[in-house]
Design a protein around this ligand. Structure first.
Ligand SMILES: C[S@@+](CC[C@H](N)C(=O)[O-])C[C@H]1O[C@@H](n2cnc3c(N)ncnc32)[C@H](O)[C@@H]1O
Ligand code: SF4
Length: 451
């Protein structure tokens, strides 16, 4: 049996499992937990602990067919302007609730396309956030950048507000692949954007790539990887294309007959991963690569890597405050998601309430399982003594799951007294292995494939 056949026999191509950017995952959230819980939790935050802040900008000038992010198309800035006013109103509500003295350790703007904001709106939004939660001395500010929707003035405005990390959307550089996902993005435009960011002093750059796209072949992906190497990013995210047209209607424009099959997807991911390793990038978690000097790599080597809604991070702020439509907050007692549709979000804020519409209150068992899943997704190793030190005797309750995994995944894992480790060869199975610790895995959600 080949390696691929062994992985296949363990369900790699059939499993539909979450990416575990949270545990429990968003489909488990219920409308029982909403703005009253959000208000109570925010008002009781410990001001001595800096928080992370996420701002969602749900607008794009173009709507790429492959995209599963929560966003809407607009050709004018008028809905963006109204949305900015609502964000300011949300921040004013939060100001009246938060304890005095709270600081912001990290700020991330995602979307959608945050770089749809013109410079004066960039300054307005950044100032609004900072006036409510002032940055700590060593704060970090990262922004998702669409190279076709940014210019030097926007980059200068973001840098002036403190942006020191940028995440650049690429996906694939091949013209046929780009045409088949409705996203035309010439290499020169991306290279100029990278140069402009570096000139503005933004020295930590991530690039997003996607494998499994229509018409993607190994030769085309190798060419994309070569071009990415010219850009010399510090980090690379290599996501498997999640084809979920029942959730993301615009994916109905994707020609399904041109999608690579599961085996081809697996080979695409392996090819790109080995090229990145040859170029000096270290694999991080299930889908990232980072240069040794990069903070993500340092965090991975020292066991400080974490996973949150933005993916892998070295961020250690325990609380994440999500602002804007659909944003999820991670509060000490649980998760709360703002109303997902922009109209519903605006209505709630206009009514003078926080916008939380669904969420989940953590049980002690949730926190234990969340940490076990996070360890596997980040370190590929579940450190049993560390879990026992943090959670006490209940951690021993997971022992039958460790054994079931060892029995089922045999040569792909190692189980000792101190750890359950996923071997290099078993990395593609990580999401499936992590899902064994998910007590809600029968909740009926319809996820993308695991490979
Ligand atoms: C909010 S988007 C990117 C920001 C910016 N709007 C852009 O297009 O450059 C974040 C990333 O999610 C990833 N993504 C979106 N839809 C996806 C899908 N269906 N499967 C896998 N990754 C996806 C893409 O890599 C994308 O760059
Ligand atoms: S990939 Fe970026 S630009 Fe394209 S639709 Fe998604 S969020 Fe918008």
């Amino acid at each position: 049996m080949t390696q691929m056949q062994r992985l296949e026999s363990l369900g790699l191509f059939d499993a539909r499992v979450p990416r575990y950017t949270s545990y429990p995952t968003a489909p488990v959230f219920s409308t029982d937990t909403g703005s009253p819980f959000q208000t109570e939790q925010l008002s009781n935050l410990d001001p001595a602990q800096p928080v992370s802040v996420y701002v969602h900008i749900p607008f794009c000038e173009r709507l790429c067919w492959f995209c599963a992010c929560r966003t809407q198309g607009t050709k004018t800035l008028s809905p963006v302007e109204s949305y900015l006013e609502t964000l300011e109103a949300e921040l004013a509500l939060i100001r009246s609730i938060l304890p005095r003295g709270l600081r912001m350790g990290r700020l991330h703007w995602g979307g959608g396309t945050p770089t749809i904001l013109p410079p004066q709106m960039i300054h307005r939004l950044a100032q609004a956030v900072k006036s409510v939660i002032p940055p700590s001395e060593d704060w970090e500010f990262s922004v998702e950048i669409d190279p076709t929707m940014v210019d030097r003035d926007k980059i200068a405005a973001l840098a002036a507000e403190g942006m020191n990390r940028a995440s650049i959307g690429i996906q694939d550089f091949d013209p046929l692949v780009q045409a088949s996902i409705g996203r035309i993005q010439p290499f020169d435009v991306t290279r100029d954007c990278v140069n402009d960011l570096r000139e503005a002093g933004v020295n930590s750059l991530n690039t997003d790539l996607v494998y499994g796209l229509p018409h993607q072949t190994e030769a085309r992906l190798i060419d994309t990887v070569d071009k990415v190497r010219i850009l010399a990013p510090d980090r690379i995210a290599l996501f498997g294309y999640a084809h979920v047209p029942w959730m993301s209607k615009r994916q109905k424009l994707i020609d399904e007959t041109a999608l690579p099959d599961e085996r081809a997807r697996y080979r695409l991911a392996e090819t790109a991963a080995s090229l990145f390793s040859e170029s000096g990038f270290t694999p991080i978690g299930i889908d990232h690569f980072a240069r040794p000097a990069d903070e993500l790599c340092q965090a991975a080597w020292s066991g400080r890597l974490r996973r949150n809604f933005q993916g892998y991070t070295a961020d250690h702020c325990p609380v994440l405050i999500g602002l804007g439509a659909s944003s999820i907050s991670r509060l000490p007692g649980g998760y709360v998601q703002n109303a997902p549709a922009t109209a519903a979000y605006t209505q709630r804020i206009d009514a003078g309430k926080l916008a939380g519409s669904r969420g989940h209150v953590f049980s002690p068992e949730d926190l234990l399982r969340a940490r076990a899943i996070e360890m596997l997704m980040c370190d590929m190793t579940l450190n049993i003594p560390a879990l026992e030190a943090e959670f006490g005797p209940p951690a021993a309750g997971l022992a039958p799951i460790h054994r079931q995994i060892a029995n089922r995944f045999g040569a792909f894992v190692d189980l000792g007294d101190n750890a359950l480790s996923i071997r290099r060869s078993g990395r593609p199975l990580t999401r499936i292995i992590a899902s064994a610790y998910d007590a809600y895995s029968e909740a009926g959600a319809h996820y993308s494939q695991a490979s």
